[in-house]
Design a protein around this ligand. Structure first.
Ligand SMILES: [Zn+2]
Length: 422
């Protein structure tokens, strides 16, 4: 079985899809209670729904919660053929400006610094970004300097749409039913909350939400959230002496007592976990401090939670007039705990990657994916590369040729799952 190649027309279609999706603002909002968290995510969902119908995909369905499903029907009658699902998320990260994205295609990248026009201090260079060295002659897409690009995860969507288009127009490729599912609110950790596995009806799934070409991931962080609530004693400032207990001062103390030069995102890498304070708000009367806790091992995760709650309890002992609570909420779990029991989804992905002439890179994700939640619920869902780099910031970039490789790998993968020997 040789890796299928995409002709120029298909490559340009893939690129145009990506540019079209990237220009649509789909930023999610952690503070919103609605589903999806932002109305604008419907803009892309509805466009994708129309495009899928125009391509002739089957079972196109958009749920009230913003899950968009479709099928490329099986081309073989082999009962052993598994149903494979591919997932990507429509939302972009709230971490950086995601409105008015102006993607720029840098054709046949020549290795010179890429200066982003809307903010010339944003420059991509081979020195700072060694992966660019392998991209000479390729077409690199960036944003214009003022926004993120949103390759995370519009590249995944463009890859899956191109895959489905290819499968629908090549019925001679042997495969079982291929399902696709686009989700909302992945970046705020709610991507698969409303995804019904019965509706998805897949035996195995892959998220297209990874980086370097060749990358396949079956390990994510395990993540919890910690919220410390502080209720002080509020009085008139003129007569506060000996009475007022300022919640903001207590919040500052709490943050100060937690690690800042170690065990934070900015001081850890590889398999190290962290405590990340990411939001604090309130008044002298009441304040809240929000943390995310991350670790590859549950033991480490528990220790991070304990550290936050012990600091809160210590503060409470020192200031009994305040009321301080610490609540830990589980978010997601390392998918390795489930996948290591049956590595076939990962092994076939690696085989597909090799068949397309790439070297498989097994890399744990220092974050979560929609796949972590799905795997925990019983649907094995490793993550595959699309080529995206520097996600969530102004220097985000992606190579069109890497997205092409991602499509090729998925084409191999659906055939491997169709062989029915598994
Ligand atoms: Zn993503």
């Amino acid at each position: 079985m040789a890796c299928y190649s995409l002709d120029d027309t298909r490559i340009r279609e893939l690129e145009q899809r990506f540019l079209r999706y990237a220009r649509i603002d789909t930023q999610s909002d952690e503070a919103a209670a609605s589903v999806p968290s932002t109305e604008k995510q419907w803009d892309l969902l509805r466009l994708l729904q129309q495009e899928l119908q125009a391509l002739g995909a089957m079972d196109v369905m958009l749920t009230d919660y913003g899950c968009l499903f479709a099928t490329a029907p099986a081309t073989i009658a082999n009962e052993g053929a598994k149903t494979v699902a591919f997932l990507a998320h429509v939302d972009t990260a709230p971490a950086f400006n995601g409105a008015h994205v102006m993607p720029i295609v840098h054709r046949q990248y020549d290795g010179k610094p890429l200066v982003l026009p809307d903010d010339p201090t944003q420059v991509l260079t081979i020195e700072n970004d060694p992966l660019l060295k392998d991209k000479l002659g390729e077409d690199i897409i960036t944003a214009s300097g003022a926004t993120l690009l949103g390759a995370d995860d519009k590249s995944g969507i463009a890859v899956i749409m191109t895959l489905v288009d290819y499968l629908l127009s090549h019925p001679e490729i042997p495969h079982g039913a291929v399902r696709l599912c686009f989700t909302v609110d992945e970046e705020i950790g709610k991507g698969v909350t409303h995804l019904d596995l019965g509706t998805l009806a897949a035996d195995v799934a892959y998220t297209l939400d990874g980086g370097e070409a060749g990358e396949v991931t079956y390990e994510t962080f395990s993540g919890d959230r910690a919220v410390v609530k502080i209720k002080g004693v509020s009085t008139h400032t003129g007569t506060a002496k000996g009475k007022m207990v300022n919640a903001l001062n207590l919040a500052a103390k709490l943050i100060d007592r937690l690690p800042q030069n170690s065990a934070t995102p900015e001081t850890t890498e590889g398999r190290e976990g962290f405590i990340h304070v990411y939001r604090a708000h309130g008044s002298a009367a009441e304040a809240e401090v929000h943390f995310i806790l991350r670790d590859f091992e549950l033991e480490g995760l528990r220790a991070h939670g304990q550290r936050v709650c012990e600091a809160a309890q210590q503060l409470q002992r020192e200031e009994p007039r305040a009321t301080i609570t610490c609540t830990i909420t589980p978010q997601y779990r390392n998918m390795r705990y489930w996948l290591e029991k049956d590595m076939l989804p990962v092994e076939l992905a690696m085989q597909a990657i090799e068949q397309c002439g790439l070297r498989p890179i097994i890399r744990p994700i220092r974050g979560g994916t929609d796949g972590a939640g799905l795997t925990e619920r019983g649907l094995p869902t490793p993550n595959l590369f699309t080529g995206m780099q520097n996600s969530h910031g102004p220097l985000e970039w992606i190579s069109v040729q890497d997205m092409v490789k991602s499509v090729q790998v998925c084409l191999e993968l659906v055939q491997l799952w169709a062989e029915g020997v598994h």
